[in-house]
Ligand binder design. Structure first.
Ligand code: FAD
Length: 476
């Protein structure tokens, strides 16, 4: 407990994670008779629903992230710490940090979210990145753009097709959004900015193990989403399981789809802190919480958002891992902590279902809002309004809004910048999956030739001896 300046004791609330759930709890405890410590391993709150637009170069990182300190700086009773939580001692009421320090608490809110799950194939992660944070988004952007760059330089038609093939594994909202956005990005830039690769060589494949994509939606809407993806040229394959992912591509149904870029959006698992709590978990590893989001046997500790499994009374399944659930659980938990502080009874959590939405490319979407079913442009407008509303920060809202208007009218992708590595060396590793050796004083690599005037839109590499690098003589 800490002093409140009047001699009274104020309980300390520690909130782990400033994502959707933790941030809402912190905001609602601001200015209240408690002292709050928010701890996150990142210094920013991330708006994950728009992350795929950062990955596909439609938005910049700073458009979807906001410093946690700035969001909470109005509240004198809320402090923000940057740090990684390594463990939680529920019995001792202490949160242990990776730097060896600890924070004690009277109330605890754990809202550390989820991470990408490869269902026991963690070795696929290196080949098929997931999308959970800004680093993932920038890595995906780098891979997609470098694959197109490498295709522009590639002479071998099979290699070129492999570079021009993008496979997205997982037909949930994120997979649908990624596949649609790759189709949009490539369609926009291939004809305008590239000279050798052709739009018709582009192949985007979306793979889903369930019989249909977007299983959380009603079947007719899921069919409409499929049709809209197909209009964008996406090859949607449902009811098939991925058997292997490696540098050559993806194996499904015993056949390999050669692809240089594979993106993984097939599943998430709760943050490892859920297991570390040592309390009962559901089959997917989420903490089985009581009706007020508290941990059974620990009324002072709450788990909210993607880490929690809360099945409302009368429901057959736990609430899904989506932002409205996390936001509402965070707010309800703040109310219940204050009720307990004031000696009042707690209220069970009631979820107000606001529905589901998924966007497909630049101006298409599907939306299921209670009894309302929308698809196409109307659904996209509803999606755009909702996402602007929930995005943190006026500047971010304005920038994203202007970006969307610009993209809609001009069809451009302004954030098409490869960062994080030297593009030339990375392009070669994308190209061949080989380590690039040599360099220094003597360059052992073949020289990239000029474009043949009469070629079929494909660059042929010509070396000094007047032969293509694959050994064929140059036609004069
Ligand atoms: C690409 C993508 C798209 C999505 N699209 C939608 C959508 O369109 N609509 C929708 O409703 N939902 C969407 N979701 C799901 C939604 O973002 C999550 O349900 C929501 O973020 C869960 O909130 P949370 O508070 O549980 O966790 P998060 O928002 O993930 O926050 C967790 C926080 O904990 C921090 N943290 C994690 N581990 C530690 C640690 N050890 N120490 C300190 N801090 C830690 C993280 O840095 C993060 O800030 C999407 C998710 C993704 C990944």
């Amino acid at each position: 407990m800490s002093q409140d300046g009047t001699g009274g004791k104020r309980p300390r609330v520690v909130i782990v994670g400033a994502g959707f759930g933790g941030l809402e709890a912190a905001k609602d405890l601001g200015g209240k008779p408690v002292d709050v410590t928010v701890i996150d391993r990142l210094n920013y709150h991330l708006f994950q629903p728009l992350l795929y637009q950062v990955a596909l170069a439609a938005l910049a990182s700073t458009d979807v992230a906001y410093p946690i300190r700035s969001i909470l700086h109005h509240h004198a009773n809320v402090e923000v710490l940057l740090g990684e939580v390594a463990g939680i001692d529920l019995g001792g009421r202490r949160v242990c940090l990776s730097d060896g320090t600890a924070l004690s608490y009277e109330y605890l809110v754990v809202a550390a979210g989820a991470e990408t799950s490869y269902f026991g194939h963690d070795d696929w992660a290196a080949v098929a990145p997931g999308l959970k944070d800004l680093d993932d988004a920038l890595e995906i952007r780098r891979r997609v753009l470098l694959a197109l760059e490498a295709a522009e330089r590639e002479a071998d038609p099979d290699q070129r097709q492999r570079l021009m093939t993008f496979v997205v594994v997982g037909g949930g909202p994120t997979g649908v959004e990624l596949a649609g956005a790759i189709a949009d990005l490539s369609r926009d830039i291939l004809h305008a900015d590239f000279h050798r690769v052709r739009r018709q060589d582009l192949k985007v494949v979306l793979i889903e193990a369930a019989p249909r994509i977007l299983t959380a939606f009603d079947p007719p809407l899921s069919n409409k989403a499929r049709a809209q993806l197909q209009e964008l040229g996406v090859d949607v394959r449902s009811g098939v399981r991925v058997e292997n992912v490696d540098a050559a591509g993806v194996r499904v149904g015993g056949q390999v789809i050669p692809a240089a870029t594979v993106l993984w959006s097939a599943g998430v698992r709760p943050n490892p802190l859920a297991k570390a709590l040592g309390v009962p978990l559901d089959r997917s590893g989420r903490v089985l919480v009581d009706a007020d989001c508290s941990v059974p046997g620990h009324p002072e500790a709450f788990v909210v958002g993607d880490m929690a499994a809360l099945t409302p009374e009368g429901a057959k399944a736990p609430l899904p891992g989506i932002s409205p659930v996390a936001i509402q659980e965070g707010r309800a938990t703040a109310r219940n902590i204050l009720a307990t502080v004031h000696g009042e009874p707690r209220a069970p959590f009631h979820y107000l279902d606001k529905g589901f939405m998924a966007t497909i490319g630049r101006a298409r979407a599907v939306a299921q809002i209670r009894k309302l079913r929308l698809s196409g442009l109307v659904a996209w407008l509803a999606w755009a309004l909702v996402h602007l509303w929930y995005l943190v920060g006026f500047r971010n809202r304005l920038v994203v809004f202007l970006n969307w208007i610009w993209a809609y009218l001009i069809s451009n992708h302004g954030a098409r910048i490869v960062i994080g590595r030297r593009a030339d060396s990375a392009a070669d590793s994308v190209n061949r999956g080989e380590a690039v050796v040599g360099g220094g004083a003597g360059c052992l690599l073949p020289e990239l030739g000029h474009r043949d005037a009469q070629d079929d839109g494909v660059a042929r590499r010509v070396n000094e001896s007047g032969r293509h690098v694959d050994g064929r003589p140059v036609e004069k």
